[in-house]
Write a protein that binds this ligand. Sequence first.
Ligand SMILES: CC(C)(COP(=O)(O)OP(=O)(O)OC[C@H]1O[C@@H](n2cnc3c(N)ncnc32)[C@H](O)[C@@H]1OP(=O)(O)O)[C@@H](O)C(=O)NCCC(=O)NCCS
Length: 179
Amino acid sequence: MERRYLKCRELSQKRAIEIITMINRIWPPKDVLSEIQHSERYIAKNKNNDLILYLDCGNIIAHAMSFTREIKTDYGLMKILAIKGIAVQPEYRGNNFGKKIVLDAFSNLDTKNLNLSLFQTGVPSFYEKLGARTVKNRFINSLNNEDPQSNPWWDKEVMIYPGSAEFPDGVIDLLGPGY
Ligand SMILES: CC(C)(COP(=O)(O)OP(=O)(O)OC[C@H]1O[C@@H](n2cnc3c(N)ncnc32)[C@H](O)[C@@H]1OP(=O)(O)O)[C@@H](O)C(=O)NCCC(=O)NCCS
């Protein structure tokens, strides 16, 4: 297994299409776009984000993305590590690749000198095993002109890593859409 660390903007179109094919397989998209269109959008939207790919014989078997985000709490602004698109190809699950790629993504906490990662998930028990914990704050996105008070997340749980990190009470403004 080979690990690649790169910025999203460094992806070749071929590799981006491969990622989109994998992501669409796991989270089928709502909009009717070709994989080329999806991949172009994926690169443009995420161009400065850090990407981790695990490859087997040149094929992507696991994907993780991370980036720094500033959020607003009752105590002021806070920089956090955002992670998204954590996925292992179905055929490769149960071999610790998920655990390894998430811990690889969390290692950016040290590189970027951040205290914690904040993310949403539908599989909280997977992240609990890695040392994350659920937070129950109300989340908003004040930059959403249509509905600035609505919850910007769509998964069932929001978590922080490490679970031992302090996280403020009260409303958290993501200052942007969920991820
Ligand atoms: C969740 C996912 C990344 C796990 O990948 P994986 O490679 O199968 O997981 P690992 O083999 O590294 O498992 C590590 C540990 O987590 C546990 N685990 C794996 N998937 C789990 C799940 N869905 N729920 C709870 N625990 C899970 C394993 O049993 C293992 O536990 P152990 O250390 O006690 O043996 C993978 O199932 C996946 O891509 N799912 C679809 C996309 C998704 O839900 N991504 C997360 C988005 S936030």
